[in-house]
Design a protein around this ligand. Structure first.
Ligand code: FEO
Length: 395
């Protein structure tokens, strides 16, 4: 169901209440999501983005309830991952000659996805499209988070259409940030940043500065997922500024896996030591086999240091820890410290291998790690507490 945002702009997207995972299983989306598309109706009409392919027929049907499709003069594609471009085939079947405004990379991606020779118009930063009283200005934002990404700014109504930037996987019947639980939506925005955008933080920081320097009046920031920022624009910009600049809180996250509870016992002993040494430190324990991987990575994102623990199994570390370590490598966290620990029966290779992976992932090792054989005794638990206290002094 379409919703009017301003005199000129109507939301014509799709709320996906059922979505629980995104990018295959890569990203959990427990609060659902939305694919936001926007129709700007002035003397000329522009459609900004579409929705994910499973909803293409529904999208076009609803769009027809708002406008005769032949009246759409331009389609603007800010980013062409399939969750935004997936309805193009269905739409272009009806209006095949409508020009599609996108970056040069955007054209290549659309061609690569849909193998269609549509009427593409390549745009660059500073190019404009006058619609009447309102004008769209395009701002390329490569690698936020795909090479084709751009933002579109609608002067007149003063809306920044930021696509994935400032987005959150959050399903809501309410359109705006001031109509939902702010803590929930901020958590989803942070989880989105940590898991999707953090890899490209240097580009995000630079782009943010560039946009702020433009001094654009902003009535709305309208992303392609989740709620639209209306009341908390300054807050989300401030958070993005901090998130994109090697963000960390006074926090340590302990991520572990355990087979017979020995490594868990170590994790809890280390946590106790950390807190004894510094009661201002937030210490979070997460079991990589039981907690959600993207929630774990969001906690890693917030942390000054991460401690990774695994029992030794088959001369290596556990399946769940391997997954988390690989995701930590890909997300390119900066200026974070790390250490490893784990129990073992014989061999005990896990700690050394985790250390190697942490270093490859760009974490600064705090020490060589802690290994305990078999089930920790009271003396072993005390060793863990000492280890935690010592780590607190290094963090
Ligand atoms: Fe929401 Fe990168 O697509």
């Amino acid at each position: 169901m379409a919703k009017q945002l301003t005199d000129h702009v109507t939301w014509v997207g799709k709320v996906d209440w059922e979505l629980k995972h995104f990018h295959g299983q890569e990203l959990s989306t427990f609060r659902g999501s939305s694919y936001n598309a926007y129709l700007v109706q002035d003397q000329k009409t522009a459609l900004i983005d579409t929705v994910w392919q499973p909803y293409d027929v529904e999208f076009v049907r609803h769009l027809k309830e708002v406008i005769n499709l032949s009246k759409i003069d331009y389609i603007v594609m800010n980013h062409n991952e399939i969750d935004h471009s997936g309805s193009l085939v269905e739409l272009m079947r009806e209006i095949p000659n409508t020009p599609i405004y996108c970056t040069k990379k955007g054209e290549a991606i659309i061609r690569g996805h849909y193998h269609q020779d549509w009427n593409f118009v390549n745009v660059r930063t500073g190019d404009t499209l006058t619609l009447g009283d309102t004008t769209l200005t395009f701002i390329e934002a490569p690698m936020l988070h795909w090479p084709d990404t751009m933002f579109s700014y609608l002067s007149g109504d003063n809306i920044l259409f930021s696509n994935d930037g400032f987005g959150q996987h959050f399903a809501s019947e309410s359109l705006y940030d001031d109509c939902v639980e702010l803590d929930e939506v901020m958590y989803e925005a942070e989880k989105y940043y940590a898991n999707i955008l953090n890899t490209y933080s240097p580009m995000a920081a630079k782009k943010l500065q560039e946009i702020l320097a433009m001094n654009l009046p902003l009535q709305l920031i309208a992303p392609s997922h989740g709620i639209i920022w209306r009341k908390h624009i300054a807050d989300i910009i401030d958070r993005y500024t901090r998130w994109s600049n090697n963000y960390q809180q006074h926090q340590v996250t302990i991520v572990y896996d355990t087979m017979w509870n020995s490594t868990r016992t170590m994790a809890e002993g280390i946590a106790e030591g950390l807190r004894q040494a510094d009661n201002t430190l937030t210490v979070k324990l997460m079991n990589a086999s039981k907690d959600d991987k993207n929630d774990i990575l969001t906690e890693v994102f917030r942390s000054k240091a991460v401690l990774v623990g695994s029992p030794t199994i088959n001369n290596g570390y556990s399946y769940a820890i391997a997954g988390i370590l690989e995701m930590m490598r890909g997300l390119k966290f900066k200026q974070k410290k790390a250490a490893a620990f784990g129990s073992y029966g014989w061999g005990g290779e896990a700690v050394k291998l985790i250390n190697e992976h942490l270093q490859t992932a760009g974490f600064a090792l705090l020490n060589e790690g802690l290994r305990l054989q078999w089930v920790p005794t009271e003396e072993g638990i005390n060793q863990c507490r000492d280890y935690g206290r010592n780590l607190a002094s290094l963090i």
